[in-house]
Design a protein around this ligand. Structure first.
Ligand code: PLP
Length: 447
């Protein structure tokens, strides 16, 4: 198909995720045709730097022949194996044990999904099962954090705190509760991290007390909030929340769908604070976006409790494509690449990215630069002292995205003028410098 016919066919048939259906029809699709390393080529043959690794997922970068070979070989040998009926495939079993060996503490048990949303959804089901098994079925209330994102499944979207994921859907929401975000930029406690941590711990405690000590099942958190605008909690926040969940007797779930697989430096961001969650969700960097896959990891205690509750009955939770052998083969190869140098390169390039973006702070439009490793955001303001957000009419997210695109840079443009960055870990110094330079170009054009 020629590009023009593709654009028309897209307009007529393809529903894009999280898009305004009307606006998309008016704007049309922006074709991507190929990619290599950290660079993508658009429908007109222009090369751009992918400063967002697709959708914070292509952590290894594009075009790794060894990943392609692993997928091809697995497709040839055994393209599909169900995990039902006690069946299994070698790559899935090897991947589960590789993750168990590397995950914090005794997160030894892995259930594979197709992506992040169904991983989060699976945790909700497993957690409800866990509390039933413990004889506490009344624990059916869940707590998460304002500005958080936990996918768009019917239940997971309830934990998500971004209005677009609730508006118009009429979701059941009477089981979920939010505590305030740890967002530092406009926080009066910005210069007093200990007070901010204490406030979050106190709010979590008060929420559990308000709901009733035997009503709350779990607390969900992203180690760094991604879709909320890359919001980084102060050091010690995650550990304090984890500890308080233990004191309160509720489960602590780390949603590492974005932060996993080297995005912040280590394999899992929980390692940054040396904590062990009760459950952890993974996706994106697990297969580096080459094929779909997500995962739920749980501690031995959670697993054994569910097992005890089920007895000889089947735990009725399953997907046709759970532990897909091709996805597992890809994930194993991606893991080998991370450990064969990409994690190290990501740490070096992450420091360069953070320093480069921090250098933009002198720009009149830059109010805040934040992030960790290869995860960052630049927040634009019209008044640095008052921290006035960019009015949407001045520069709508799509226009800022367009400007970056024209400058040869793919980034995430959040509403209210926040740029998000999550480049592939394979970036060279030249790629990182170009991301920073092109951002300055976009800022200059936005003045
Ligand atoms: N959890 C977090 C923290 C995410 O960032 C995302 C996606 O961005 C999800 C869950 C949902 O993952 P998916 O889009 O693969 O369903």
């Amino acid at each position: 198909m020629q590009n023009q016919s593709l654009i028309e066919a897209d307009r007529d048939h393809l529903i894009h995720p999280v898009s305004s259906f009307h606006d998309h029809e008016a704007r049309g699709v922006r074709l991507l045709q190929s990619a290599k390393g950290a660079r993508v080529t658009d429908g007109e043959g222009r090369e751009l730097i992918d400063g967002f690794a697709g959708l914070w997922c292509v952590n290894a970068g594009y075009g790794h022949e060894s990943i392609i070979a692993a997928a091809t070989e697995q497709m040839r040998r055994l393209p599909y194996a169900t995990g039902y009926f006690d069946l299994g495939s070698e790559p899935a079993i090897r991947l589960a044990s590789a993750l168990a060996m590397r995950a914090p503490g005794d997160l030894n048990r892995v259930y594979f999904t197709l992506g992040g949303s169904d991983a989060v959804d699976s945790t909700i089901r497993f957690i409800r099962y866990y509390w039933h098994a413990k004889g506490q079925p009344g624990r059916d209330q869940f707590i998460s954090v304002a500005s958080g994102y936990h996918g768009s499944s019917t239940m997971g979207a309830g934990l998500t705190a971004l209005p677009a994921f609730h508006h118009g859907f009429g979701l059941p929401l009477d089981w979920q509760h939010k505590i305030a975000s740890h967002d530092l930029y406009r926080n009066p406690l910005r210069d007093d991290p200990a007070a901010l941590i204490a406030a979050s711990v106190a709010e979590l405690t008060a929420t559990v007390e308000r709901l009733g000590p035997d009503r709350v099942a779990a607390f969900y958190v992203e180690p760094i909030q991604g879709s909320g605008g890359v919001l980084v909690p102060p050091a010690g926040w995650l550990r304090a929340m984890r500890d308080r969940c233990r004191d309160l007797g509720i489960l602590f779930v780390a949603d590492e769908v974005i932060t996993g697989f080297g995005r912040t430096g280590p394999l899992f961001a929980c390692e940054d604070e040396g904590i062990v969650p009760d459950l952890m969700t993974l996706a994106k960097g697990l297969t580096s976006g080459y094929v779909p896959m997500g995962a739920v990891m749980m501690t031995e205690e959670v697993y054994q409790t569910i097992a005890g509750g089920a007895g000889s009955r089947a735990v009725g939770h399953g997907h046709t494509y759970s532990a897909h052998p091709v996805s597992a083969a890809v994930a194993l190869e991606v893991l080998a690449l991370y450990e064969g140098g990409l994690l190290d390169n990501g740490r070096i390039m992450g420091a360069r990215l953070q320093a480069g973006l921090a250098g933009l702070s002198d720009h009149p439009l830059v109010g805040d630069v934040r992030g960790r490793g290869m995860l960052a955001a630049v927040e634009l303001v019209t008044d640095k002292v008052k921290k006035t957000p960019l009015p949407p009419e001045m520069s709508p997210a799509t226009r800022l995205f367009d400007r970056a695109w024209q400058a040869g840079l793919v980034l995430r443009s959040f509403p209210q003028g926040v740029f998000g960055y999550a480049p592939p870990l394979c970036c060279t110094a030249e790629d990182i410098d170009a991301i920073v330079d092109r951002t300055r170009q976009v800022l200059d054009q936005t003045l």
